[in-house]
Design a protein around this ligand. Structure first.
Ligand code: NAD
Length: 476
């Protein structure tokens, strides 16, 4: 994805880190301690498939253990390599600190194209990989808790959880060894949608601040904005779906592996998603104009660009032509350090990955807490809450009739007010609160310091400050 003059993904993350620490006054040596990746484990293991032994290479990188467990997804992709896993692990450290989830940063990857294997084969490969990691405590409820990432989802997480439980038969907290599991295997409602939902909440919060919107040259509300999304996978699909269905934005472009669709009147996200599920790409979809050169659509006119596929897609080669005034990094590292510099100079506002896609780890945190507490959120208080609300409504109705005023409650009020929150509402409320609070912490630095001109540096300053505090408290 990057040209040879462009730094690698990990170097790119380090360059961005360096830009921020140059503005900080950290004790000597602490900067280096925070920046470096603590350890990366490489494993090569064999699985007998289709009559032969196939060898797979996997990684689990631990960037920072200032808090434990460490947390970070497992990616399945043929492009996975050590540098990428380490970059992603570093981003996890900063992300967790920014959204105040009590984890260090980690990431894993398996060098595999999951589309080349059937479900049964993938299960055997995943279980073997999980075994290799679990026996070294690189999967462990209190040490290292993976989650889904590109190429993995609920299914793989369920296999990992089961594999860990088989190896640790008396561990009562075994289910907390991994997040992103299906509900029936100890998952939490709202985890699948969480990262995309977080992107939506991040944009809503951004548009609550007219001064911030003005920095992009845009005006008004989120409603009606033209959006191009790259990658209609877990993150991109949910973000595009919620933004179009609930916030009135128009998804004018969708970029996938095999090309892009463009329709200035707005694409039907659900229909395109169904088409991709059935045909493996966007080519052949009935509405909108198809172009086989998907990446070119990153440069098209729009209000908001959402790269939600992979890293390095906006770089030295194309950044100067990207016209979107606002980019929200739903993927990890979609803009290289060089691309970032070009865009910043042109006044483009970038909502950085470590904040924008933190919805996943936030809800993973809720799932982990649920697993450790062994009870679903809302189970104890929901009906009690409803009973108290009923008391108030009864009293209002009695007062109204006794006083002869004859007030009537607005339509649907009773129905909406009486209902106690279920797990999904609590998860969304916790996620919304997290995204708003983290954005406000970033913008306080963005607007509060004269030497900070962009949200990415602001995000790094907040998170590195917190990691440094953690180390200080440990006496390092
Ligand atoms: P996914 O595998 O579900 O989806 C990725 C999508 O991108 C797929 O639809 C794929 O076809 C498409 N894609 C791949 N290469 C492409 C290309 N060259 N051009 C256009 N589209 C391409 O993965 P995901 O879980 O949605 O992750 C996407 C990004 O979000 C990654 O950077 C990941 O690290 C990040 N992320 C994911 C989560 C999560 O909870 N899943 C959380 C935080 C960050």
């Amino acid at each position: 994805m990057t040209t040879s003059s462009e730094p690698t993904f990990r170097q790119s993350v380090d360059l961005m880190f360096n830009r921020a620490v140059a503005l900080m006054d950290l004790p000597p040596g602490l900067e280096e301690k925070i920046r470096v990746c603590n350890a990366t484990y490489t494993v090569r293991f064999g699985v007998r498939l289709r009559g032969e032994i196939r060898t797979f290479t996997g990684y689990r990188s631990v960037h920072s253990e200032h808090m434990e467990p460490v947390k970070g997804g497992i990616r399945y992709s043929p492009e996975v390599h050590q540098d990428e896993v380490e970059a992603l692990a570093a981003l996890m450290t900063y992300k967790c600190a920014l959204v105040e989830t009590p984890f260090g940063g980690s990431k894993g990857g398996l060098c595999i194209d999951p589309r080349e294997y059937d479900e049964h084969e993938l299960e055997r490969i995943t279980r073997r990989f999980a075994y290799e990691l679990a026996k070294r405590d690189l999967i462990h409820p209190s040490q290292n808790v993976p989650a889904p990432d590109m190429g993995t989802g609920e299914r793989e997480m369920a296999w990992i959880a089961d594999q860990y439980a088989r190896m640790n038969t008396t561990d009562i907290n075994a289910r907390a060894c991994v997040t992103g599991k299906p509900i029936n295997a100890g998952g939490i409602v709202g985890r699948v949608e969480a990262t995309g939902r977080g992107v939506q909440y991040a944009l809503r919060e951004f548009f609550r601040h007219p001064e911030d919107v003005a920095m992009t040259g845009l005006s008004g509300r989120l409603e009606g904005k033209r959006v191009i999304v790259q990658g209609l996978g877990n993150v991109g699909y949910h973000a595009a779906k919620f933004l179009s269905e609930e916030d009135g934005v128009q998804i004018t472009g969708i970029i996938e592996r095999d090309g892009a669709l463009f329709d200035p009147a707005g694409l039907d996200v659900e229909a395109v998603h169904r088409w991709i599920q059935a045909h493996g790409g966007v080519k052949g979809y009935a509405d909108g104009a198809f172009s086989p050169d998907g990446a070119a659509l990153l440069e098209a006119e729009c209000d908001i660009l959402i790269p939600a596929a992979l890293e390095g897609v906006i770089n030295l080669t194309n950044a100067a032509r990207v016209k979107a005034p606002l980019i929200i990094e739903a993927a990890n590292g979609p803009i290289t350090a060089g691309g970032d510099e070009i865009l910043r100079k042109r006044g483009c506002v970038i909502i950085p990955d470590m904040f924008a896609n933190a919805g996943g780890v936030t809800v993973s945190y809720f799932e982990w807490v649920k697993n450790l507490s062994h009870i679903r959120f809302g189970r104890m208080q929901r009906r009690q809450e409803e009973a108290r609300h009923q008391l108030l409504v009864d009293e209002l109705e009695r007062l109204s009739s006794d006083s002869g005023v004859g007030w009537t409650l607005s339509p649907n009020f009773k129905e909406r007010y009486l209902r106690g929150a279920d797990e999904l509402e609590l998860v969304r409320s916790g996620l919304d609160d997290t995204m708003r609070t983290a954005y406000q912490a970033m913008r306080a630095v963005w607007h509060g310091r004269e030497d900070v001109h962009d949200l990415r540096v602001a995000a790094y300053l907040v998170s590195i400050g917190r990691v440094a505090e953690s180390y200080r408290a440990k006496g390092l």
